[in-house]
Design a protein around this ligand. Structure first.
Ligand code: PDD
Length: 291
């Protein structure tokens, strides 16, 4: 069955989908995006992702290409046309095509692209053994709260991580505090059982998965603290984990080659994942065997 993409008002075969060569997304990374996980047909955290998209567009003064209500409809239609029960739905909005000029065009016609890729998520071993991360300097701009398509530092970081045999790179600020992963938020569990993650600010992307997990933790009475932690503290933690739409929540069992805790996934990482999935009303797609 051919994949179908949505581009500026049309549903087109994925292989034939294209945008203008002078699209400002292509020329200047002048755009924003969201990744929504679809599990068993449910668009996880749809409201949160749309709220963040609204914020990102506003911060960059990019007009909505369609009404938010219409966007919701198109998102569902793309999932339906791709017959994707488990998938990653990708939404990108740019300031659109314009003759190359740094300043904004007077009357932008924003580009909207939505794609859907089936996924079986991570292999079960990622849950059973946990994943490894390496730390690297955070070389990004100072508005990381905006989900900008300008992702070169994260792509470089992820590549460095993969070449080091790790799954993710944890970016570290000049003071030695972990900001976040290249495409995920970073968490630790202290030896006292406190869940810790960096507070939302311009220094990190306020993950939607992160926000839902913090709301669930509040409901379930799990102690947490929103504060920055150093690499040294992470190495000495009882547990570590990472969260994002694509990975949900994965235990991190090695940082820079050193085992965290006893080197095996800990109970809180497991509980956070279960809590998130239960909140969304879905079973774990990894344990359920994926697609
Ligand atoms: N990345 N921090 C960064 C830098 C990210 O790129 C992401 C998500 C997150 C987690 O946000 P959320 O929980 O809303 O997915 C944190 C997506 C998945 C991506 O770029 O593919």
């Amino acid at each position: 069955m051919p994949r179908i993409a949505y581009v500026n008002g049309r549903y087109v075969p994925h292989v034939a989908a294209s945008v203008h060569i002078e699209d400002r997304g292509f020329q200047f990374a002048d755009g924003v995006y969201e990744v929504v996980t679809v599990i068993a047909g449910t668009l996880m955290d749809e409201e949160g992702h749309l709220a963040r998209l609204t914020r990102s567009l506003k911060e960059l003064s990019i007009p909505w290409p369609v009404k938010p209500r219409t966007l919701r409809m198109i998102m569902r239609e793309v999932v339906r046309r791709n017959r994707s029960a488990n998938a990653l739905l990708y939404i990108q909005i740019t300031r659109g095509p314009a003759p190359r000029d740094f300043k904004f065009p007077a009357e932008p016609t924003p580009t909207l692209v939505i794609t859907c890729r089936r996924t079986s998520f991570q292999p079960a071993s990622a849950l059973e053994k946990g994943v490894a991360v390496i730390t690297l300097p955070d070389i990004r701009w100072q508005r990381r709260d905006i989900k900008s398509i300008s992702l070169l530092p994260q792509a470089l970081g992820k590549q460095q991580a993969v070449q080091a045999g790790a799954f993710e790179g944890w970016q570290v600020d000049p003071d030695g505090f972990v900001t976040e992963g290249c495409s995920s938020n970073a968490w630790i569990v202290t030896k006292q059982g406190m869940l810790v993650t960096r507070p939302a600010s311009h220094a990190i992307l306020n993950g939607i998965t992160r926000q839902t997990i913090l709301a669930c933790a509040t409901q379930e009475g799990i102690a947490f603290e929103e504060r920055a932690f150093t690499v040294a503290e992470a190495l000495d933690a009882a547990e570590a984990l990472m969260t994002s739409a694509g990975t949900i929540a994965l235990p991190v069992t090695r940082i820079d080659g050193q085992p965290i805790g006893d080197g095996r996934p800990g109970p809180l990482a497991k509980r956070v994942r279960e809590m998130y999935l239960a909140h969304g009303g879905v079973a774990d797609p990894v344990r359920a065997g994926g697609v």
